[in-house]
Write a protein that binds this ligand. Sequence first.
Ligand code: ADP
Length: 265
Amino acid sequence: YNINYAPFKNEMEEIGGVIFVMQDITEQQRLDDMRKEFVANVSHELKTPITTVKSYTETLLGGALEDRETAESFLNVILNESDRMDRLVKDLLRLSRMEFKQAKWNKVPLHPCSVLEETVEKLKNRAEDKNQNLVFGRCTEEIEVMFDKDGLEQIYQNIIGNAIKYTPENGEIKIGCHVEADFAVVEIEDNGIGIPEADIKRIFERFYRVDKARSREMGGTGLGLAITRHIAEAHHTVIEVESSMDKGTRFRIVMPLSSRGEKNA
Ligand code: ADP
C-alpha cells in the first residue's frame, strides 16, 4: 500500500485530526507490468521481420542480385515480411484507438446474417485455397442488431479467418445465425486443431497464442481476438468459445437484438 497522510485544522487553528489516504499499489503495479510486457512483445514482434528484411537485403546487395531466380525469391521474402509488419502496425493502431476510447462507432440497425454473407464472400478464396468447405447453415433473416458495420465485419473476419487458419486442409467450417431469447447468436464452428482448455480464457489477450510458430506461419499478429473483444464489449456483445482438441472449436457471438428504444438513443 501507498500511504499518505496530512493533518487538518479546525477554526481555532488546532489540529483536529489526520487524514490518511491509502492507495492499493498492487493494481498500479499490475498495470505497469502489463505495459512493460506489451512494449516487450511489440518490440519482439517487430524485431523478427526487421532482421529478416535486413539480412535478405544485405545478401542481395552482396551479389545475390545477379541471379534472377534467387533475387526474386529473396524479394518475395522481403515483401512477405513487410506485409507482416504492415498488418501488425495496423492492428496495433486499431487496438490503441479502441483502448483510448477514440474509436467512433456508428451504430445502425443491421441484419447479422446479411453482414455475415458479405464477410464470407470476402473470405471464400482463403477457404478454397485450403480446399475447405464453408457451409452456411440456418440463418434467421428477420432480425436486427445495433452495430457498427465495419466493427461487425471485423469480428466476423477475425473469427472466420481463424477458423480457416486453424483448420487443416479439407476441413469444414459451419456458419449460422439464430435467435435465443433477446439475443441474436452467430455461430462459427470448425473441425480444426482445437484450443486446450487452459488456453481458452487467455486467447482474447493481446499477443496470446497457443502455438506461436503456427500463428506466425499463418500470418497471424496475435491481436485479432483482442480487437474482437474490444469491438464486442463496445456493443454489449459476448463471445463464447467451446473447443475440443483435434476435434474443433465453436465461437458464439451473442448480440442483443435491437429494440426501438435503443434505436432512438
Ligand atoms: P492470431 O493472429 O495468432 O491468429 P488471434 O488473436 O486471432 O491471433 O488468436 C489468438 C490465438 O487463439 C491463436 O494464435 C490460436 O492459438 C487460437 N485460436 C483462435 N481461433 C482458433 C480456432 N478456430 N482454432 C484453434 N485455435 C484458435
